[in-house]
Design a protein. Structure first.
Length: 157
C-alpha cells in the first residue's frame, strides 16, 4: 500500500514528504484522483493505529507522524477538490494560484454565471472527468486550467 516519497524516493514514513505535510505520503497511498474511499479509510485506520497513545507507551518511541497530521491528510484526500490540489502540488511542486489571468478560465467563469444549477452540476462532472484524463496524460498545464474551473464551479454551487 505504501508508495515511495516523491522527493527522496524512500519508503520510510518519516521521510521528507511526510515532514512537509504531503497528504498522500502521510497516509501512504497512491497519489491519484481515483483513490477509492475504502482504500483511503483503510490507510487512515492503519496509520492511526501506529500512533495510538497505547502503542507509543508500549514502544516508548515518539511517532514520526502526529495524529493531527493524519486527520488533516485524511480530510484533504476525502474531498475531491483538495485531493486534486494535493496531486497538482505533488506533481509540479507548485501551489494553485488563488487568482488566475488565464482568459479561457475567466471566460468559462463568466459563462458559469448564467448556468442553471443542473448545468453547473453537469459542468462539474465533465470537469472532473477532464481532471482524470489530464492526470492520466500527465498534462499538468491543462490539469491546472480544469482545476481552476472546477474551483470556480464549486464556488458557484
Amino acid at each position: 500500500m505504501s508508495v515511495p516519497c516523491y522527493a527522496c524516493h524512500q519508503q520510510d514514513p518519516a521521510c521528507c514528504a511526510v515532514q512537509a505535510g504531503a497528504p498522500f505520503a502521510i497516509l501512504g497511498v497512491d497519489p491519484t484522483l481515483r483513490l477509492g474511499e475504502d482504500v483511503l479509510e483503510a490507510a487512515f485506520h492503519h496509520r492511526i493505529r501506529q500512533v495510538h497513545p497505547d502503542v507509543i507507551t508500549q514502544t516508548k518511541a515518539l511517532p514520526a507522524i502526529q495524529p493531527e497530521a493524519l486527520n488533516q491528510a485524511y480530510q484533504d484526500l476525502r474531498a475531491p477538490y483538495t485531493r486534486a490540489l494535493a496531486l497538482y502540488k505533488r506533481a509540479t511542486g507548485q501551489t494553485v494560484p488563488m487568482v488566475t489571468k488565464d482568459p479561457e478560465v475567466l471566460a468559462w467563469a463568466l459563462d458559469l454565471e448564467d448556468a442553471t444549477p443542473e448545468d453547473r452540476r453537469a459542468l462539474q462532472k465533465r470537469l472532473w472527468e477532464t481532471l482524470l484524463s489530464m492526470e492520466d496524460a500527465k498534462n499538468w498545464a491543462e490539469f491546472l486550467k480544469a482545476l481552476l474551473q472546477y474551483r470556480y464551479g464549486q464556488e458557484k454551487a
